[in-house]
Ligand binder design. Structure first.
Ligand SMILES: NC(=O)c1ccc[n+]([C@@H]2O[C@H](COP(=O)([O-])OP(=O)(O)OC[C@H]3O[C@@H](n4cnc5c(N)ncnc54)[C@H](OP(=O)(O)O)[C@@H]3O)[C@@H](O)[C@H]2O)c1
Length: 330
C-alpha cells in the first residue's frame, strides 16, 4: 500500500513543492504509524522551504510542524498508544502527509470530542503562546503587554489566552486586521505607519510589563523602550539567516548587560521538552472543550492541497490559522 506526502524538492517558491508517493512499511520498534487527520500550515514551514533560517534541513523533506491523527499501526515495545487512538505530536517536519511514522512516546492522546481543525492549532500556535504567558512570563491579571505580530497564528493565540488571563493588551498589526484585535479586547497599533513607542509612552507612561516578540531582533531596542523597569521582552521569532542569528545573540548579550533593569528572554519549543508539552496540551484541550478558547481557523484545505494553503499564507492576508485536513473532515 502507498501513501502520499508533500515534499520540498529544493529551496525556493511554491514550485519547489511536489506530491510524492511512498510505500507503507511496518513501524520500527518504539514507533507508531499515524494516519493524519489535521495539520497546520505556519510561517516556519515557509521559512524552512525558502531558506530563511540559519540552520536548514537539506531537501528533499516533508514539511509540517504538528499533527493530530489516528494510530494505524504500532511497532514492537509500544505500550502507551494502541491502534485506533487519536493522538497528536509536535514534529517540526513530516506532518504534511497522509501518514507519518513517529516515536510513540512523544505522542499525546487527544479527546475525540474536539473539532480536529481547531484542536490542531493548539499543538503549535497555542502551545507557544501558553508556555510564553504561563511558563516564561508567568503573567498575572492586569499585566500590560505588547504582542508583536498579533494577527497571525501565534498572535491570535496570544490574544485569546491573554484575554482569558485578564491582561491589558496592545498588538501590532496591519490596519485590515485591527477589528479582529479589538474583538479580543486588544488595542491595535499599525506598525507600518505609527511609531508604537510614542503611542505606548502616551498610553502607558509607567511602561509595560511584557513584550512578546515573534519577529526579529529589530524589535529589541523599541520593545525594551516601552517596558517598565523590571519588564521582560520574550523573544520567540527564529532568525532568518546565520548573520541575523549572530546579530541576535550579540544584541541579546548587549541589551541584557545594559544596566536598565529590563531583560530579554528567549523561548523556543525545543527548550521545554515533551513532558511539559503534554501537560500544557492537556490544559489547552480542556480550555477548548469548555469553550473558553475558540481558535480562529480561517480556511481548511485537504492535505494534498498544501500548495494552496501556502499560497494563501504567503499572501499576508491571513489573520489566524490555516489547517490541512484528511478528506473525510472537509
Ligand atoms: N520559537 C518557536 O518555537 C516558534 C514557534 C512558532 C512560531 N514561531 C515564530 O512566530 C512567528 C509568527 O509565526 P506565525 O506562524 O504565527 O506567522 P503568521 O501566522 O504568518 O503571522 C505572522 C504575523 O506577523 C506580522 N508581521 C509581519 N511582518 C511584521 C513586522 N515587520 N512587524 C510586525 N509584525 C509583522 C503579520 O502581521 P500583519 O499581517 O498584521 O501585518 C502576521 O500576522 C514567526 O516568526 C515564527 O518563526 C516561533
Amino acid at each position: 500500500m502507498n501513501y502520499k506526502s508533500v515534499v520540498v524538492t529544493r529551496r525556493g517558491g511554491l514550485d519547489a513543492l511536489q506530491i510524492v508517493e511512498n510505500d507503507l512499511r511496518p513501524p520500527a520498534e518504539g514507533e507508531a504509524r499515524v494516519r493524519i487527520l489535521a495539520t497546520p500550515v505556519c510561517q516556519d514551514d515557509v521559512a524552512i522551504r525558502v531558506g530563511n533560517r540559519p540552520f536548514l534541513k537539506k531537501p528533499p523533506f516533508t514539511p509540517g510542524y504538528a499533527f493530530i491523527g489516528v494510530v494505524a499501526a504500532i511497532g514492537e515495545q509500544v505500550t502507551n498508544v494502541a491502534v485506533g487512538d487519536r493522538v497528536a505530536a509536535l514534529t517540526q517536519f513530516g506532518s504534511h502527509a497522509e501518514h507519518i511514522y513517529w516515536q510513540a512516546e512523544k505522542l499525546v492522546q487527544v479527546p475525540e470530542s474536539l473539532d480536529m481543525a481547531e484542536a490542531v492549532t493548539l499543538i503549535l500556535n497555542y502551545l507557544v503562546a501558553y508556555q510564553i504567558l504561563h511558563r516564561v512570563a508567568k503573567v498575572r491579571s492586569g499585566d500590560k503587554v505588547l504582542i508583536v505580530g498579533a494577527s497571525g497564528g501565534v498572535g491570535t493565540a496570544f490574544l485569546q489566552l491573554g484575554q482569558l488571563a485578564g491582561l491589558k493588551m496592545y498588538g501590532l498589526a496591519s490596519p485590515s486586521k485591527h477589528p479582529l484585535l479589538a474583538e479580543y479586547g486588544a488595542t491595535p497599533i499599525d506598525y507600518r505607519t505609527q511609531d508604537f513607542v510614542q503611542v505606548l509612552r502616551q498610553a502607558e507612561p509607567d511602561g509595560l510589563d511584557y513584550v512578546f516578540n515573534g519577529m526579529g531582533e529589530e524589535y529589541y531596542g523599541r520593545g525594551l523602550a516601552v517596558l517598565r523597569r523590571g519588564g521582560v521582552l520574550v523573544h520567540y521569532g527564529a532568525p532568518q539567516s546565520f548573520a541575523r542569528f549572530v546579530l541576535l545573540v550579540l544584541k541579546l548579550l548587549f541589551y541584557n548587560l545594559w544596566p536598565n533593569g529590563k531583560k530579554i528572554e528567549g523561548y523556543g519549543t525545543h527548550r521545554l521538552g515533551v513532558d511539559l508539552f503534554k501537560e500544557d496540551w492537556q490544559k489547552l484541550f480542556e480550555l477548548l472543550e469548555e469553550g473558553q478558547i475558540k481558535p480562529l481557523v480561517v480556511q481548511k484545505f485537504s492535505i494534498l492541497e498544501a500548495v494552496k494553503a501556502y499560497e494563501m499564507l504567503e499572501s499576508g492576508q491571513v489573520a489566524g490559522n490555516l489547517v490541512l485536513l484528511a478528506p473525510e473532515l472537509l
